[in-house]
Design a protein around this ligand. Structure first.
Ligand SMILES: Cc1ncc(COP(=O)(O)O)c(C=O)c1O
Length: 411
């Protein structure tokens, strides 16, 4: 059997046709396809105002800037996430305040968030890790708690209007995640999706900002504002100027440049058209097959991806092996690789990365993150992964674990 890759994109004739159509149309930058993708994202999530951008990172950063987050401010994030969550805070000159995660589903620990809140806290960035939503009701209760609100110090017009800590979700993994029967993004002020090449819905590179702010904010007006803000602050985009004698534009603020071009949105349009019918059911079937295959293995700590209140987007299948060391985990991954399967690790906690270590973050303050990192292996999940390949992968994993841990119990 050929090597099984970790997460290749589904590039088929439908994608090639849609991208080719965009190229032939002569309109390759932001235009009708990006706008069509935004409408479909709105229909999928129930959030009316969604703006596509060039990545989740850029989307998170422009939202932080708009919130007025600056030097001296604090933003609470999990220690167990991709570096983008923290880097955007650093880019604003603010301080990321890290908290540990829950051992059951890798989501941020709400009790620790509560302890981390200070008068400098301007935003909390929950990460729906692997696609599993955090406990949004508890988070909302926390930020709306009278004593937490009394502590809040608004330094910008936006912060004054909000009157409390903002919830800006890093929803890079969680397009399609459900909390209490609706899209998890409906429980945040702003959520930002990623459409990076390995994500459950891709545009090669890309992302989207969901505006879901409470009154008195006007989310439609915010969409328009950000449409300009991600294009240098120009008051007309390329489409508006094109083909008409409307070349002149103005710039009222120094914006960013992180719009999503149509040539990439074309991929997303095909992907979103088959998301509910193909992608999601297939991903769920693979999660279920892994779950069944490992259910009798005494060494396997199975991920939680469905509860009464939450359903994952089925983005990452995070298997943990009980009682192993970092060296054993790495040796198991090597064994798996040698037997023809590529797996991955999500994530190396931020305090273990040189930049954040040098900022003074100490991994011993985040024992759950460290324990998860030592024992986790992320398995392949993608539409084109066949049942035979899933069976092969589970066999390989069982053999690799048995070889390295000398665990002879059959499962
Ligand atoms: C948790 C998390 N946040 C943010 C990002 C950044 O997404 P993007 O590559 O679209 O900027 C990623 C990407 O892998 C991620 O996994």
């Amino acid at each position: 059997m050929e090597r099984i890759p970790f997460s290749p994109p589904r590039i088929d004739q439908a994608i090639i046709d849609e991208v080719t159509d965009t190229l032939r149309s002569g309109w390759i930058t932001t235009g009708p396809k990006t706008k069509a993708l935004e409408k479909k994202l709105a229909a999928l999530t129930g959030i009316e105002n969604i703006l596509c951008v060039s990545s989740a990172t850029s989307g998170l950063e422009v939202v932080m800037k708009w919130l007025g987050i600056k030097a001296g401010d604090e933003v609470i994030i999990p220690a167990y996430t991709y570096c983008a969550t923290a880097n955007v805070v650093v880019h604003c000159g603010a301080t990321p305040i890290m908290v540990d995660i829950n051992p059951d589903d890798f989501t941020m620990n709400i009790e620790q968030i509560s302890q981390a809140i200070s008068p400098r806290t301007k935003a909390i960035v929950p990460v729906d890790l692997g696609g599993m939503p955090i406990d949004y009701t508890a988070l909302q209760e926390l930020i709306n708690n009278a004593s937490v609100k009394a502590l809040f110090q608004a330094d910008s017009e936006v912060q004054k209007q909000l009157g409390r800590i903002a919830i800006v979700a890093d929803a890079a993994h969680s397009l399609g995640a459900v909390y209490k029967g609706v899209a998890a993004a409906q429980f945040t002020d702003v959520s930002v999706f990623s459409f990076h090449a390995v994500k459950n819905l891709t545009t090669a590179e890309g992302g989207a900002i969901c505006f879901n702010l409470p009154s008195p904010f006007d989310n439609g007006a915010l969409y328009k504002k950000f449409n300009s803000f991600v294009l240098h602050g120009q008051n007309k985009d390329a489409l508006e100027k094109y083909g008409q004698n409307k070349w002149e534009y103005d710039v009222e603020e120094a914006g960013y440049k992180c719009n999503l071009p149509d040539v990439l949105a074309a991929i997303g349009l095909v992907e979103i058209g088959r998301y509910a019918s193909d992608t999601l059911p297939r991903r769920k079937a693979i999660f279920d097959a892994y779950q069944t295959a490992f259910s009798n293995c005494d060494w396997a700590e199975l991920p939680i991806f469905e509860t009464v209140e939450k359903t994952s987007s089925y983005h990452l299948y995070l298997l943990r092996i009980k009682g192993i060391s970092l060296e054993q985990r790495n040796a198991i991954i090597q064994e798996i690789f040698d037997r023809g399967v590529s797996v991955n690790v999500h994530y190396k906690p931020l305090p273990l990365l040189t930049f954040y270590k040098n900022q003074g973050f100490d991994i011993s303050d985040f024992p759950v993150s460290l324990d998860c990192f030592y024992r986790v292996i992320t398995l392949p999940v993608y539409y084109n992964l066949t049942d035979e390949q899933v069976q092969f992968i589970t066999g390989v994993i069982k053999e690799a674990v048995a070889t390295i841990t000398m665990n002879k119990s059959l499962c």
